[in-house]
Design a protein around this ligand. Sequence first.
Ligand SMILES: [Fe+2]
Length: 265
Amino acid sequence: MIDLHSHLLPGIDDGAENWDESMEMARQAVADGTTEIQITHHILDNSQYQKLEAQILEKFAEMRRRLQAEKINLKLHLACEIYYQPDMELAHQISTFNHNGRYFLVEFPMQGIPRGVDDIFFQLILDGKTPVIAHPERNVGILRNPSRAYEFAQRGALFQMNAGSLTGKYGDGVAALATALMNSRLIHFFGSDGHNTRSRKVCMGEDYKLVRDLWGDRVANRIFFENPRLALAGEEVKVPEPQPVEAVKKRKSFNPLQLLRKLAS
Ligand SMILES: [Fe+2]
């Protein structure tokens, strides 16, 4: 699997605390079936590039060396998780996936969808950039009005879902929205959003199995392998026609983990 979203380097943000933890996270990812991972630390505003970029580049190179020395077979890619700002700078070395100048990972505040974002994205898309919106299933604005996700996708934005959302880790409401977004073909990538070795691991194996079982091999391959490969290379991601999002209800009876166990048995 290719994981597009992680906080793997030590001492940058709320991700790994030290090299021991970073390396253990890498081992966990490999054991779970991840072969490639993109490192995406938080950039909260443009001023943080000055503070963090050099450090991130340095630690990224060191992480590569350490993986090689320990013979851990995990290919690294580098970008960042940009907290949405109307004046986001995308020319920095870590702004876009592998500095390809095209795909960038952007997160909205959890409480809603920022005003004016449609116009800003429209300009960026015209300029050849592709926003990849991180974890839409955890955004209250999209939860209240899921058709906003459809509108973003129609205009050329893509979406990355977090591991654990579909499997119920974040509750029934998130699982129901995650399911509806999948049904509407609005999810293009997955990411572990892994922060540590305990509560937020760099693992997506359960999610992959669930997607494969519920939506089939083709969809799972596209989301966990083909799409991220293309985006990391800066190439066009082939996007299926999105469909309007069905009404999302909190389904108490729906427990994807139970379903997963059932399917696996
Ligand atoms: Fe993140």
